[in-house]
Design a protein around this ligand. Sequence first.
Ligand SMILES: [Fe+2]
Ligand SMILES: [Fe+2]
Length: 213
Amino acid sequence: MKGVITKVQVLQHPVVIAESFGVKVLWRALWAGARETFLEVVLRSAEEEAHLGMEEIKLVRTVKLFTGFECRAEAIYLRLSEEFAGAPEVARFFSTLAGHEEGHAIVLSRVRREVRNGRLWKESRALHAEAVEGLEARFAEYEAEVGRGVTLARALSIVEGLEGSELNVVFDTLNGGVDMRSRSRFERFFVLTQRHLGYCSEEVRRLREMHGL
Ligand SMILES: [Fe+2]
Ligand SMILES: [Fe+2]
């Protein structure tokens, strides 16, 4: 997996890592190969959900699913940043977005851990079955398109399509549904929904203007 968030960046904050993901993840991150991303370490270290009740199991499943969607969004944006390598400001926009999405996957990995540790404080009621189906179809369509190659105009409307979908809503619900120790200290490392969406719409507008779209 290509990743944006490197081990070096992450290891500057060992206390936050240990507090958020446990000592095991910190230890593994310390010894991870140079090419392994922090997200990969976290995903590799995710514990089994053996002793959970039915509700928690369902919720953990949803969190895993949405972690997967965040990773797919990252992959789409990385692909687009390669596609537009000839226009540095466009490439930079897409690689920045990829970094945001990678961060969201890391946040959801922590949410999963908190649910597992019984730190769910809000029922996230029967989460979003239709949302999942819709997103699945939308992702499949965008992945195929981006794989074939798209124009800048289309790439920007794909950004709007993804960011206007249920993805961010569900992310906020899941992230807000657990009781997270030192939340603000942890969240400082990520660009979460509000700032992420602000950045998207601002940059999409700017790039359209710049490229006469
Ligand atoms: Fe995201
Ligand atoms: Fe996003």
